[in-house]
Write a new protein. Structure first.
Length: 176
């Protein structure tokens, strides 16, 4: 396994950011990359609407952390960072379909960052089939998430309305 370090050990900072407690080490073909303890990551940067399909963490967590570090530090080019991300996911045993979806998403983000209007136009021509493929299940999942949130809100309101809280007062014994 090219990852030299064992488990990922993190400390949660916010609901979506984590800080490495221990260094993550990856042995590439020619170089060793070390993501230092203290590095802050969001794991895989998956838009919330798609986390049902691609969770923010999983088998690919170490690859996502390294990719974040590559992009933040510029140790390698963005294209190389994306290619290494795909290779690391393969080495970690991530399925072909998931690996390619995640790689395609980071490549699209890389291409659109600072892209010319012509490049954005080509992307707009190619992207719709993928969007259509994901739009229907994403919409269904989001509707269920909203429905679940409304049920939770209703339960909370009913509980607050009909539940009395009784606080036991401490009994102090007097010393004579």
């Amino acid at each position: 396994m090219p990852f030299v370090s064992g488990d990922v050990v993190v400390k949660q900072l916010t609901s979506s950011t984590w800080e490495l407690v221990e260094t993550v080490v990856y042995q590439g073909r020619e170089e060793t990359f070390e993501v230092p303890a203290g590095f802050v990551t969001d794991f895989a940067s998956v838009p919330r609407v798609f986390t049902w399909l691609l969770p923010r963490y999983g088998t690919y967590t170490r690859a996502a952390i390294l990719h974040d570090w590559f992009c933040d530090t510029g140790v390698v080019s963005r294209a190389d960072a994306d290619g290494l991300f795909r290779r690391m996911m393969r080495e970690l045993g991530v399925s072909v379909v998931r690996r390619w979806m995640m790689w395609a998403a980071v490549r699209a983000a890389s291409h659109l960052r600072g892209a010319s209007p012509q490049e954005v136009g080509w992307f707009a021509l190619v992207a719709p089939p993928a969007v259509v493929f994901l739009a229907v299940p994403a919409l269904v999942v989001q509707l269920w998430i909203v429905l679940f949130w409304l049920v939770e809100l209703l339960a909370w309101v009913l509980r607050r309305t009909f539940t009395r809280t009784h606080v036991e007062r401490p009994h102090l014994e007097s010393r004579a």
